[in-house]
Ligand binder design. Structure first.
Ligand code: PLP
Length: 389
């Protein structure tokens, strides 16, 4: 199989796996326990906290381990909603992940107001519109993703923070897709909260982190035994956390060793080959502010569901422009927010590369896409001939 669905999840890095296994075998103790074995687990978590903090330019005490991106996002929205009742508005964009959109729905159900900042046709938030929407004393939180999971479009986070903070509003960013792909530095881009997920950066599923700036107050979502300094109760997933720490460390190392340029070249080679065969190919999202690993493209007159079946048969794993939630295909709300027609959205595919992919795989996948698209177009042509005769 050629796995080109890294934005859905990434393979666990062997080094992260090696680091976590001892914490499932011999060092299994509860990190809150007072004995030596417990202290070993606690020390390993502290190291992981340092590693995650280093990836973000944060202080280790500002890192809370969670079960993943969804929990981190929910925790931020719930906390701000309960601690800032006087400011009632949450601002998001229409291109956010379901975790943000659904927790915004809950915000509304709990008596708050949710305002959608528009995005431009290239998927980037309309900063001029945002400026008019953020209101002192009214806006509590601006929650905008750093990088989009479908298009890979990168948000102008620095400007978003400036606009929100000037009005006294807090900023959360869902950095689940940006982490490990672009440098994230909370000192130069001083967001108040940032959500991370392990399985998007070559750590396992079911572990993540939440950065909470020491400037802001926080009310925990999960209460109980008071772990994570009272900010997230529940016995920690020590093995997963150790792997997350290693993955964060590796991500930082790979910023400086040519990995990004190699993945970028693979993605561009893929797009070049497909575009050469189908000049009507359309790539969605800003071409200049886009993750280097993501290609979200439409081949008109091909049906994405049919393409996925053919590609799956050819051993290529990728996904459709229709976000796949628990296996069901829905029209992509991201493309809808960008003003793309439902017809074009229905022929959109996403390929997303990771550091274990090769140029050869990118080329093989491009040829498989080309072959599948020719086949579907030929079938469509045949079908229309039948209708017209
Ligand atoms: N945010 C974005 C942008 C994502 O791509 C995902 C995962 O698909 C999430 C949040 C949710 O993260 P998790 O799967 O760790 O709950």
């Amino acid at each position: 199989m050629i796995y080109l669905d890294a934005n859905a999840t990434t393979p666990v890095d062997p080094a992260a796996l090696d680091a976590m296994l001892p914490f499932m075998r011999e060092y299994f103790a509860n990190p809150s326990a007072g004995h030596a074995a417990g202290r070993t687990a606690a020390r390993a978590m502290q190291r992981a906290r340092d590693q995650v903090a280093a990836l973000l330019g944060a202080h280790p005490q500002e890192i809370v381990f969670t079960s993943g991106g969804t929990e981190s996002i929910n925790a931020v929205h719930a906390s701000v909603r309960s601690l800032w009742p006087e400011s009632r508005e949450l601002i998001i964009t229409g291109t956010e992940h379901a975790a943000v959109i659904e927790s915004a729905t809950r915000w509304r159900k709990n008596g708050g107001t949710v305002v959608h900042a528009p995005v431009l046709a290239d998927g980037r938030v309309d900063l001029e519109a945002l400026r008019t929407l953020v209101k002192p004393g009214i806006t509590a939180l601006v929650s905008i993703m750093w990088a989009n999971n479908e298009t890979g479009v990168l948000a102008p986070m620095r400007e978003i923070v400036e606009i929100a903070h000037a009005a006294g509003a807090l900023v959360h960013t869902d950095a689940v897709q940006a982490a490990g792909k672009v440098p994230l530095d909370v000192k130069s881009v001083p967001v108040d909260f940032l959500s991370l997920s392990g399985h998007k950066i070559h750590a396992p599923k079911g572990v993540g982190a939440l950065y909470i700036s020491k400037r802001v107050r926080f009310e925990p979502l999960l209460i109980g035994g008071g772990q994570e300094n009272g900010r997230r109760s529940g016995t920690e997933n020590v093995a997963g956390i150790v792997a997350l720490g290693v993955a964060a460390d590796l991500a930082q190392q790979h910023f400086n060793d040519g990995t990004k340029a190699r993945i970028h070249a693979m993605r561009d080679r893929f797009e070049h080959l497909v575009h050469a065969a189908f000049p009507d190919m359309r790539v969605y999202g800003s071409l200049t502010h886009r993750l280097h690993n993501t290609s979200f493209f439409c081949l008109p007159e091909t049906d994405a569901a049919g393409m996925l079946i053919l590609l799956d048969k050819a051993g290529i794993a990728c996904s459709a422009g229709s976000a796949c939630h628990t296996g069901a295909l829905h029209a992509s709300h991201v493309l809808e927010a960008m003003g793309v027609s439902a017809r074009d959205a229905a022929c959109t595919l996403r390929v997303s590369f990771h550091r274990f992919n090769t140029k050869n795989e990118a080329e093989t996948a491009a040829h498989a896409v080309i072959e599948a698209a020719h086949k579907l177009r030929a079938e469509k042509g045949d079908a229309s001939m039948v209708i017209t005769t």
